[in-house]
Design a protein around this ligand. Structure first.
Ligand code: SAH
Length: 388
């Protein structure tokens, strides 16, 4: 694609060499092509917007709530099952407001069927992934908020490929609804079930796609029939630390959990591991996290991938402990999942144990995250949507 286009007459119109022609009314000007947007979907719309959309389509506004109940509560994907709507109305509204957003390309199971990674193709061929994890006490859906990611963290598979595009609210919600459907229909090992937790820890930086992610949080947490009725407290938004967006999220009046991917307690190393740190430093990110905790009353989760001989030294554990001590915080240590060709690997068990012990010595609560989905490249940071 060419990045500039000049009218054929530009050379003659602007004799002063090298200088572009001044803009003239009526002259050809280059406009960057707009990318096509995903088709409009019920899940993109707040309840009042759904009523308006249905009315604009010439149908009775109360049909919006019927549609919502089918989509969010009954998890219907075949309009024929919407028997409380006259056939012609259901065909019309389903075509306009329930378009297919994601098509399953492949699903991979592991952990005895308790973990399922799904690769999806969007309307424009974009590929994204989601992961469903069943535990004895909860069922967690890990969703993507962007296709690819622009944050460029060198240890993360998604970061290597760069950003393709933001997902729409509907595309984020549809990942959850598809998981809920598979569970409700008993297609996941362990029998029929319901999603209890959502983590924005799939592909992408959720706070870099703020509006769509916020819409998705509303749809996921709004009570039935307007949304999926999952508790706000069971939703986690994970971020590299986009400080203004953290402040904005704190002002939304939500009680979702914030997870901050810190990975280093010092700016020198964090500049390398999480490049956006060159913009917002450790101190600023943590201050934003504490303000979020104050505002929401929610304990902030600090994500820290332990990388052998890179960020797992005892002195870094002590520094981290000093930074976090006394705050409403919990540290989630993630054994690094090496991405293909990575020069880095997970910490030695004794270094991991020492790191945990030093944080505990500072009175900081810490857990080591399990590594569900490793064999299917569905574990933390491995989502890269490879198609081969
Ligand atoms: N962009 C968001 C959410 C996506 S990743 C964020 O950075 O928080 C979810 C978590 O997985 C983040 O904490 C991320 O740093 C971590 N992660 C990424 N790659 C990883 C890897 N190879 N091994 C372990 N954790 C990884």
């Amino acid at each position: 694609m060419s990045s500039t286009t000049q009218p054929a007459s530009a050379e003659t119109a602007a004799p002063s060499a090298g200088r572009p022609a001044p803009a003239e009314p009526g002259k050809l000007t280059f406009v960057a092509p707009r990318r096509a947007k995903p088709p409009r979907h019920l899940a993109d719309l707040a309840p009042a917007e759904r009523r308006a959309a249905v009315a604009e389509l010439g149908e009775k506004p109360f049909r919006a709530q019927q549609l919502s109940r089918h989509y969010f509560t009954r998890l219907v994907d075949d309009p024929a099952q919407m028997t409380d709507l006259p056939a012609a109305v259901r065909e019309h509204l389903a075509a306009e407001l329930l378009p297919t957003l994601l098509t399953e390309v492949r699903a991979l199971d592991c952990d005895g069927g308790a973990t399922r990674k799904t690769l999806w193709r969007a309307f424009d061929g974009t590929l994204i992934e989601s992961v469903l994890m069943r535990y004895p006490d909860r069922i967690t859906m890990c969703v993507s908020s962007q296709a690819g990611c622009g944050m460029n963290c060198p240890f993360c598979a998604t970061g290597q490929a760069g950003l393709t595009r933001n997902l729409s609210t509907g595309e984020i919600v549809e990942q959850v609804v598809a998981g809920a459907r598979a569970l409700a229909r008993g297609k996941i090992a362990g029998g029929p079930g319901r999603i209890s937790n959502i983590v924005f820890m799939g592909m992408g930086e959720p706070l870099a796609n703020y509006k769509a992610v916020l819409g998705a949080i509303r749809r996921i947490t709004d009570p039935a029939p307007d949304g999926l009725g999952i508790s706000q407290r069971s939703v986690t938004v994970s971020t590299v630390g986009l400080v203004p967006a953290i402040a904005r999220l704190a002002d939304e009046g939500l009680s979702v959990r914030l997870a901050v991917s810190l990975h280093a307690p010092d700016d020198e190393l964090r500049d390398e591991l999480v490049p956006v740190n060159t913009r917002w430093k450790v101190r600023e990110v943590l201050d934003a996290a504490w303000a979020y905790a104050d505002r929401t009353g929610r304990r902030v989760s600090i994500e820290y991938a332990l990388i052998r001989d890179v960020n797992d030294q005892a002195w870094r554990a002590d520094l981290l402990g000093r930074l976090l001590k006394g705050h409403l915080v919990h540290v989630n240590l993630i054994p690094l999942n090496p991405t293909p060709g990575s020069k880095w690997t997970a910490s030695r068990p004794r270094d991991e144990r020492e790191f945990v012990a030093r944080l505990q010595a500072h009175g900081v609560p810490v857990t080591v995250r399990d590594t569900r989905g490793r064999e299917i490249d569905g574990a933390c940071g491995q989502l890269a949507a490879a198609t081969d």
